[in-house]
Design a protein around this ligand. Structure first.
Ligand SMILES: Cc1cc2nc3c(=O)[nH]c(=O)nc-3n(C[C@H](O)[C@H](O)[C@H](O)COP(=O)(O)O)c2cc1C
Length: 214
């Protein structure tokens, strides 16, 4: 395949700091405000620019736009989300999720997936350096979407639904699934987000030694 060089899209003018520091998991997406094909091209072009092992570029993205397909996929996502929680915690319904748990938000996404105006499934061609060469592109995708005002959230599926998902979209057996990213304008706001202080998660010269800003 012939390689292409691309100029930075004129639409991506948001300062990188603003995009990074206000990017958050957007679980409630506006089904009535469409994302354009031109925006999706920008987002996927940004994803293509990410680092990857040997520039082999194994990442492959399936963009799902068809409303009926997203509705159907949303039901499979709902099943997958609850299958995961059943496996991990034995939860069967929302009443089983502890009060104040982050999973209450994640359960909301299980209900909301079918409203997403677009869903992207990230795969890699199995011959490549799989996940490590796909997730940098996924991060570029999330940040470029944010810079366009489009919300997103990274999520996963469950083995229970994979065969049906693959059959639905004609996905071959020799590619590896990594994550699922619904995209849409937020019904809500971007950032700020809360994280551990880097003085607690960063070591300096020797494991366990605090950085100078501690
Ligand atoms: C590997 C991975 C799996 C995730 N799975 C889910 C999920 O199943 N449901 C969900 O709503 N969010 C999911 N998320 C999003 C995280 O919950 C979110 O990034 C995290 O809570 C930080 O949120 P914030 O950026 O809004 O602060 C996942 C993120 C990652 C990286």
């Amino acid at each position: 395949m012939e390689m292409v060089r691309l100029d930075p899209p004129a639409e991506l003018t948001m300062p990188i700091g603003e995009a990074m520091f206000s990017q958050r998991a957007t679980r409630r997406l506006d089904p009535d405000r469409p994302i354009t094909d031109a925006q999706l091209k920008i987002i996927l072009d940004a994803a293509s620019k990410a680092p990857n092992g040997g520039n082999v570029q194994p990442a492959r993205f399936l963009v799902i736009r068809d409303r009926e397909a997203i509705k159907k996929f949303g039901k499979l996502y709902h099943e997958a989300w609850w299958a995961k929680r059943r496996d991990a915690y034995g939860w069967k319904g929302k009443e089983d999720i502890p009060e104040g748990s982050q999973y209450r938000w994640a359960a909301l996404l299980a209900d909301e997936m079918e409203n997403a105006p677009c869903v992207i499934l990230a795969y890699s061609a199995a011959s490549g350096v799989a996940a490590a060469s796909t997730f940098p592109g996924v991060q570029n995708l999330l940040l470029s979407a944010r810079a366009l005002g489009i919300g997103s959230v990274l999520t996963t599926l469950h083995p229970e639904v994979m065969e049906r998902v693959h059959e639905m979209f004609g996905i071959p057996d020799d590619v590896v699934f990594h994550c699922c990213i619904p995209l849409g304008y937020p019904r809500g706001n971007f950032g700020p987000t809360s994280r551990l202080p880097t003085s607690e998660t960063t070591y300096w010269d020797k494991w366990g030694e605090a950085p100078p800003w501690k």
